[in-house]
Ligand binder design. Structure first.
Ligand SMILES: C[C@H](CCC[C@@H](C)[C@H]1CC[C@H]2[C@@H]3[C@H](O)C[C@@H]4C[C@H](O)CC[C@]4(C)[C@H]3C[C@H](O)[C@]12C)C(=O)SCCNC(=O)CCNC(=O)[C@H](O)C(C)(C)COP(=O)(O)OP(=O)(O)OC[C@H]1O[C@@H](n2cnc3c(N)ncnc32)[C@H](O)[C@@H]1OP(=O)(O)O
Length: 383
């Protein structure tokens, strides 16, 4: 796999850092999640595919010393705490990069390492708000709306940080040097929104929120309820595709207002809604599948893996526990990701084997254990 041989230490965090670690593991990196001690098993990290767990107490000097040593043998450290936490532990970048100048020290935070909010708590919705993106999301006359915690936490956070790690690894191959990555989710999600910024003068966003082409203002870029309570998604932007939408709905283009007539959009939405409500989702699929009308079913998590298209591409995978999840993307032709099918690790399940791998002796491990700096947890036989 593309990242095989890359050793990653991921300090356990809430949601974005675990995704970053999982992406790297899916593409072949050896990812060790460093967990706190005495937590309930299984771990709160639900994005642990392909990772192993080492339970290490960073509040004990023996624990911080052990992490320092582990970082000496690692390529990447993913750190998910607010600014100042690692410095307080004596594990800031200056210290760790001095020990290992090849280390890529990825700091994944909401607000970044500097600035007024650097030390403040926050979550996805706060980062999205501060990036300006949240102000663009939501329907007409409604409050801004954050789409789950997908945008800042995962797209602007976990994915952008993983990209930073891969870029830094690429650069390190030339320079031999590691570096610090300051991955702020505010900036990550703002960067993702570059299209919105760069298209501001195009007129695409000249109306208030929820009244524009791509933000649920247009009737031909919308979702519609079907007679069986499901939904269809319509994205018929270009005139040639819009014509096919109109045909599929059984309407006559000549009897309708122009596609881009803003003032007619509310009335057209009502018309489309009443037509979509007359057939089931399956009936609409049989009308629109194999056309260029840009109309697709809104699939539920129950239906998505069995949809013919997704099945044909094996877009969803099943692990040994029967859990279904999306397969890693994108697909690389020679060195594709090979996601692990094993169950997620229990906290501390791999403490001993990881420490041995990183060069600790059995005696040193026993000492760390008696100092209460590490924990081992063996899964029960029936798990
Ligand atoms: C919207 C998402 C969040 C989604 C997550 C939700 C799914 C879950 C969040 C809360 C959960 C619920 C809750 O726990 C209560 C129930 C518990 C029950 O078990 C289950 C049901 C629950 C209802 C449960 C359900 C769900 O799991 C939840 C709802 C996000 O936006 S995630 C993005 C968050 N932001 C970031 O990651 C940015 C960077 N990080 C931060 O800003 C801060 O870390 C953060 C997130 C604000 C948290 O601040 P906190 O004060 O807690 O931590 P830090 O200041 O970073 O410091 C960490 C301290 O921990 C020490 N430490 C770390 N590792 C170790 C170790 N191995 N050993 C010892 N100590 C360690 C570290 O030294 C720091 O100590 P100090 O505070 O003393 O410096």
């Amino acid at each position: 796999m593309a990242l095989s041989g890359v050793r990653v230490l991921e300090l356990a965090g809430l949601a974005p850092a675990p995704l970053c670690g999982m992406i790297l593991a899916d593409f072949g990196a050896q990812v060790v999640r460093v967990d706190r001690l005495s937590q309930s098993a299984p771990a709160p990290d639900v994005q642990a595919r392909g990772k192993r767990s080492l339970a290490l107490d960073l509040k004990r000097p023996q624990g911080t010393a052990a992490l320092k040593r582990l970082c000496g043998g690692a390529d990447v450290l993913i750190e998910p705490f607010r600014h100042g936490v690692m410095e307080k532990l004596g594990l800031g970048p200056e210290v760790l990069l001095q020990e290992n100048p090849r280390l890529i020290y990825a700091r994944l935070t909401g607000f970044g390492q500097t600035g007024k909010y650097a030390k403040s708590a926050g979550h996805d919705i706060n980062y999205l708000a501060l990036s300006g993106v949240l102000s663009k999301l939501g329907r007409k006359n409604e409050n801004p709306y954050a789409p789950v915690n997908l945008l800042a936490d995962f797209a602007g956070g976990g994915v952008v940080c993983a990209m930073g790690v891969v870029i830094a690894l690429f650069e390190r191959a030339r320079s031999g040097k590691g570096q610090v990555i300051d991955a702020s989710m505010v900036e990550g999600v703002a960067y993702l929104s570059s299209f919105l910024w760069k298209s501001q003068n195009s007129g695409l966003w000249s109306q208030p929120r929820g009244e524009n082409l791509l933000d649920s203002g247009a009737p031909f870029y919308e979702t519609y309820r079907t007679s069986d309570g499901k939904f269809m998604a319509v994205g018929a932007l270009e005139p040639q595709f819009y014509n096919q939408l109109i045909k599929g709905l059984g309407l006559n283009l000549d009897e309708l207002p122009a596609q881009m007539s803003f003032s007619n959009w509310p009335e057209m939405k009502k018309k489309f809604a009443s037509i979509f409500a007359q057939k089931t989702q399956a009936e609409w699929c049989s009308i629109f599948d194999s056309t260029d009308a840009c109309v697709t079913p809104v699939l539920s998590f129950d239906d998505v893996a069995s949809h013919q298209h997704n099945k044909e591409r094996s877009s969803f995978i099943q692990n040994d526990q029967g859990e279904i999840s999306p397969r890693p993307a994108p697909v690389l032709s020679r060195t594709p990701a090979v996601p692990s099918c094993k169950r997620d690790p229990f906290i501390g399940e791999h403490t001993e084997e990881i420490l041995l791998e990183y060069g600790f002796t059995k005696q040193e491990i026993a000492k760390l254990y008696s100092d209460k700096a590490i924990e081992f947890k063996k899964p029960k036989a029936n798990l």
